[in-house]
Design a protein around this ligand. Structure first.
Ligand code: ZN
Length: 152
């Protein structure tokens, strides 16, 4: 009877081990959707980017008025930290969106560099066309920000 009991408990241990190992997935799943918790946690990283987006009108006015010194100062000053903010934010996105976000940020800063060069040359038309391209890439980047679905 004692032997039977210890055998029984051994069998139970084996059964439990098999059940546990079967129920735990061997591969970690790559998330493909943004959970409401994830969306909420991203907000803190989105804020400085949206603040910078709101400042883009100032840049437009500086270019339009041919204020080249301030245009260059603005790109390196108020918009200077944007690159870092976008990089940090990109890394928080789902794997499928990370590369797209990083490419758009790279595009955007390419336009900023060309606005900077245009300002140096006092080239209004180039600065203006680069500004429009910058805005397009900026908005495409913000389009990657996951939004909570509205139920109202
Ligand atoms: Zn572009």
């Amino acid at each position: 009877m004692r032997i039977f009991r210890s055998l029984l408990s051994l069998v139970l241990v084996l059964v439990t081990t098999v059940l546990v190992s079967c129920s735990s997935p061997t591969q970690a799943k790559v998330p493909t959707v943004y959970t409401p918790e994830k969306i909420a946690s991203l907000q803190v990283y989105v804020e400085p980017i949206e603040t910078a987006r709101a400042k883009m009108d100032t840049l437009k006015q500086l270019i339009q008025s041919g204020n080249w010194v301030d245009t260059r100062t603005f790109i390196h000053g108020p918009l200077g930290e944007l690159r870092q903010d976008m990089t940090i934010f990109s890394r928080k996105l789902l794997p499928k969106d990370q590369e797209i976000a990083q490419n758009l940020a790279k595009e955007l800063f390419g336009h900023f560099e060309r606005i900077d060069a245009a300002a140096k040359d006092r080239n209004t038309s180039l600065a203006q066309s680069q500004y429009i391209d910058a805005l397009t890439d900026f908005d495409a980047f913000l389009g990657l920000v996951p939004r909570a679905t509205e139920n109202s």
